[in-house]
Design a binder for this molecule. Structure first.
Ligand code: ADP
Length: 204
């Protein structure tokens, strides 16, 4: 059975830990009929399955540090080469620093693609810390301890927030208020994307 072809839409979702970008990334992917590609999910899956990559990154992730760019970018390049990414995608958790922005620019140039929009999910720090503490309690993620959370948020401020300036200069950033119910936030994101002329796929 052939599904209606997805719009060729290429998105990034950026936000601090606990901003809900994983949840919203999945919802937007579904609405647009494109895959959500989360580097964090790829790494966690590899850790679970104890692959060579998983063994390489386990201690790094559990300590709340960033996986080296070379390794992360190689993972993304490989994932983008899968058939399902030919009609667009949303990247969650990549790029996470300026060097990864340069890598993504290179991959996309080779593919003759552009970033159509960058969704910036903004959430006050106290709110994301509270959500992470709750997630730690519910899911027991090894990188959700208080100390590791503080480290990840500091890395976000220092390394990830600056990538937004690059994309802001390109005029592709939509800042979305990340406080509200999940449905409200999804609606805000879709409205912002539609205002850019990026439309969802026809209902399947
Ligand atoms: P969060 O945004 O809550 O930190 P993620 O699932 O996005 O959760 O990432 C979990 C961990 O995976 C990060 O703390 C980091 O160690 C690693 N990681 C994910 N994406 C990247 C990336 N682009 N570059 C380096 N490390 C990454």
């Amino acid at each position: 059975m052939t599904r209606p072809r997805a719009e060729h839409v290429r998105l990034l979702i950026v936000g601090p830990q606990g901003s809900g970008k994983g949840t919203q990334g999945t919802r937007i992917a579904e609405a647009f009929g494109i895959p959500a590609i989360s580097t964090g999910d790829v790494f966690r899956e590899n850790i679970r399955e104890a692959t060579e990559l998983g063994l390489q990154v386990k201690a790094i992730i559990e300590g709340g540090h960033l996986v080296p760019d070379e390794l992360t970018s190689a993972v993304v390049r490989d994932r983008l080469s899968h058939d399902d990414a030919a009609g667009g995608y949303i990247l969650d958790g990549f790029p996470r620093n300026l060097s990864q922005v340069a890598d993504l620019d290179e991959f996309m140039r080779e593919r003759d693609e552009n970033v159509d929009a960058v969704i910036e999910l903004s959430v006050p720090r106290e709110e994301s810390v509270a959500r992470l503490a709750l997630r730690a309690h519910e899911q027991g993620r090894a990188d959700d301890t208080e100390e590791v959370i503080a480290n990840r948020l500091a890395i976000y401020e220092r390394e990830t927030a600056p990538i937004l300036d690059v994309y802001r200069e390109r005029g592709v950033v939509d800042e979305i208020d990340g406080v509200g119910t999940p449905d409200e936030i999804t609606d805000r994101i879709i409205a912002a994307l539609e205002a850019r002329g990026l439309s969802r796929r026809a209902a399947a």
